[in-house]
Design a protein around this ligand. Structure first.
Ligand SMILES: Nc1ncnc2c1ncn2[C@@H]1O[C@H](COP(=O)(O)OP(=O)(O)O)[C@@H](O)[C@H]1O
Ligand SMILES: [Mg+2]
Length: 352
């Protein structure tokens, strides 16, 4: 078991720097998820930890060793890839046991360890099959088996679920987390999928264009996004972001089509008249019949039926505002106003 530290890590390809000095501390046994859009540098970062890519500047440490100059096999890490990376001509058994066979472990030990790993992953019956005879989910399990059998200090996952269909993906999320609860190895999981990130992470690292935007527990990042980028990237449907002006002692905001919405006490004071970006999670907006002050007016564009509820897609001064609406009944337009304005309470939205 080992902690992983990145200290001012940079990476350039030729003259182009793609990782701009990243610091991350991942504790022993922690499940960290690095999340960010495609091209932000997640794979490059992971490959530098694995030793598959050289570090241009800075330090990568695993446990108390700086590993910059160590070969991948000397680092005690195992990596699971999006495209599985299985040898097509080998059976599942041969794929899983590959590292042990290279290390010339005794046959009996190899068989025993493969069977144990196969039991953990529920693939005992598939060991004689080649990758072409396995489904996507089964291939991904074999790929994980190949990583687990090495009993590494650190697991690295590079978007391992991206090729699976939605249902299997949510099932594998749970399985990987349960596996982590059993093995307790330090794990770094990279994904562009913010739902995967929110549901799996002990610690979330939000990346954007080669830098870390924010680190924290999923709850901290969700409740207190450190930037509008993080606010709009984490959470589905995305947080509503609306330009507004601080009013009074800075405890409220106002704007065109927005009548004095009180801010949570911990939102931080500001000068009256200052231009701000107001972020409201969709679930903190509600639409109810009635009339009153303190409204956000919005025009209903489209109501999306999600079965148990509806998601109202609205427009507020050319900005998108999403708002859930419990139940299927939308009722007549123009009669919807939400009550309350404090933290945890729904903010007001009037639909036209
Ligand atoms: N071998 C390489 N040579 C040149 N540029 C690369 C190489 N690998 C990655 N890049 C660039 O580095 C950036 C980050 O890529 P990558 O780490 O694959 O992002 P992500 O995994 O987040 O999608 C991209 O702009 C990509 O084009
Ligand atoms: Mg990638």
């Amino acid at each position: 078991m080992a902690n992983v530290s990145l200290r001012q890590v940079r990476k350039s390809f030729g003259a182009t720097e793609v990782i701009h000095g990243i610091d991350i501390e991942i504790g022993n046994g922690e499940f960290a998820v690095i999340v960010g859009p495609s091209g932000c540098g997640k794979s490059t970062l992971l490959r530098m930890i694995a030793g598959l890519e050289a570090v241009t500047a800075g330090e990568v440490a695993i446990g108390d060793r700086v590993v910059n100059d160590l070969e991948p096999k000397e680092r005690d890490v195992a990596m699971v890839f999006q495209n599985y990376g299985l040898y097509p001509h080998m059976t599942a058994f041969q794929n899983i046991s590959y590292a042990l066979r290279i290390a010339r472990r005794p046959k009996a030990e190899i068989r025993e360890r493969v069977e144990r790993v196969a039991r953990i992953l529920g693939i005992e019956d598939l060991l004689a099959r080649k990758p072409s005879q396995l489904s996507g989910g089964q291939r991904q399990r074999v790929a994980m088996g190949r990583a687990i059998i090495r009993e590494p200090d650190v697991f690295l996952f590079d978007e391992p679920l991206s090729n699976l269909d939605a249902r299997l993906r949510s099932q594998m999320r749970v399985e990987i987390k349960r596996l982590h609860d059993d093995l307790k190895a330090t794990s770094i999981f990279v994904t562009h999928d913010q739902v995967e990130a929110m549901t799996m992470a002990d610690r979330l690292v939000v990346m954007n264009q080669g830098v870390v935007e924010q680190t924290g527990t999923p709850r901290q990042v969700y409740r207190r996004p450190g930037s509008t980028y993080v606010a709009s990237f984490i959470g589905a449907p995305a947080m509503n972001l609306l330009p507004a002006t601080l009013s009074g002692d800075g405890g409220a905001v106002e704007g065109r089509g927005m009548e004095r919405i009180a801010l949570p006490h911990d939102a931080g004071p500001g000068r009256s008249g200052r231009r701000v970006m107001l972020g409201i999670r969709p679930e903190h907006l509600a639409v109810v019949p009635g009339d009153g002050a303190g409204l956000l007016s919005a025009r209903l564009l489209y109501a999306e039926d999600l079965g148990a509820s509806r998601l109202l897609h609205c427009s507020h001064r050319r900005r998108r505002v999403d708002c859930p609406h419990a139940g299927r009944d939308r009722g007549p337009p123009g009669r919807y106003i939400a009550p309350g304005d404090g933290p945890g309470k729904p903010a007001p939205l009037r639909c036209r």
